[in-house]
Design a protein around this ligand. Structure first.
Ligand code: A2P
Length: 334
């Protein structure tokens, strides 16, 4: 690949900084790197490949001469600036939810639907973090036995809500341990020593009683897997874990799959690592998944309550496969 001019929008944020790390680790061929963020960060410096890069303010003219822009600066920033970038001839890989369900925009998890990448018209969307790790595991099972229904409950890390949310969890934890009242700014309830069945933290609920995050899992799964018939129900929960989303996933398939067959299919699946030895207490754990671009699956068992049901536990680093790593994989395929 000829070296590219690459921009990272939201380079000072949690996902943006992971994007820089992944670009560096995977030796992405970069001719020039532009780090963009809000006016607040103008003049800050970041390190990339041992060199200092100054953060520039994102403006409508930031994309002249840029080949690929990785966006992770929130939905409203993407809505406003991704079209400017595309118009300037740049291909955007957008981590926000702004464009995901647009029929003109491919929604891509490379292990599942890399074939959708060439359909882009300047913008490619990176799916929701919880959806990405789920579909990486479900795709080989769907190909083998046709998944009819998915029931998923998530245990989502605080880093998915950004830097300020992580700071809030630590501040609240310190407060509780000191016998003080935890103070909430980002989350509607204390996240320290608690679980909150509401994601995102504001304006979450839709008329049907599901949250936006839950509906993302419902709708994005169908789009990425290219099958509108897969029925999905989700409950998404924020838990006091720094990084690494965990999911309890139960599927119902048209054709019976045994746990052994599922384990075998998954052991050959790209991007998936089977960790399933309950006798030795081996199963995926968030703390072990952090730092890896792979998705881990274990606790695979046949559902006692359904003749063609399978239950499993899926874990991945939400900032990597759930965001930065998936985005860089897409950029590599571009
Ligand atoms: P900044 O650091 O200047 O606020 P996180 O999700 O970890 O909080 O990170 C959000 C990222 O998105 C940060 O890099 C932040 O930049 C960036 N960002 C937020 N709002 C804007 C905006 N209006 N224009 C450009 N970048 C933005």
């Amino acid at each position: 690949m000829t070296p590219k001019v690459v921009a990272v929008v939201g380079a000072t944020g949690l996902v943006g900084s992971k994007m820089l790390e992944v670009l560096e680790e995977r030796s992405f061929p970069i001719k020039e790197l532009k780090c963009l963020a809000s006016a607040r960060s103008k003049g800050k410096t970041l390190k990339f490949r041992g060199e200092t890069v100054s953060v520039e303010e994102l403006t409508e003219t930031s994309f002249q001469g840029v080949d690929i822009a990785l966006f992770s600066a929130g939905g409203s920033t993407s809505k406003k600036f991704a079209p400017c970038a595309a118009k300037a001839g740049c291909v955007v890989v957008d981590n926000s939810s702004a464009w995901r369900m647009d029929p003109e925009v491919p929604l891509v998890v490379p292990e599942v639907n890399a074939h959708d990448i060439p359909k882009h018209k300047g913008i490619i969307a990176n799916p929701n973090c919880s959806t990405i790790q789920m579909v990486v595991v479900l795709k080989p099972l769907h190909d083998a036995a046709t998944i009819e229904r998915v029931i998923v409950d998530t245990y989502q890390a605080v880093s998915g809500a950004g830097k300020a949310a992580v700071d809030e969890m630590y501040a609240q934890t310190r407060a509780v341990l000191a016998g003080e009242e935890p103070v909430c700014h980002i989350f509607p309830h204390p996240i320290a020593f608690n679980c909150i069945p509401q994601i995102p933290q504001a304006n979450a609920f839709e008329d049907n009683g599901y949250t936006n995050e839950e509906m993302k899992m419902v709708n994005e799964t169908k789009k990425i897997m290219g099958d509108p018939n897969i029925r999905v129900t989700a409950t998404t929960v924020r838990v006091p874990v720094h990084s690494g989303h965990s999911e309890s996933v139960t599927i119902e398939t048209a054709k019976k799959l045994t746990a052994a067959q599922a384990r075998q299919l998954l052991s050959r699946a790209p991007g998936v690592v089977v960790q399933d030895d309950p006798a030795n207490q081996i199963y995926p754990l968030a703390i072990n998944a952090v730092g890896s671009g792979e998705t881990f699956v274990g606790r695979i068992r046949e559902d006692l309550s359904h003749p063609r049901g399978l239950a499993m536990w899926i874990v991945s680093d939400n900032l990597l496969k759930g965001a930065a790593f998936n985005a860089v994989q897409i950029a590599e395929l571009l």
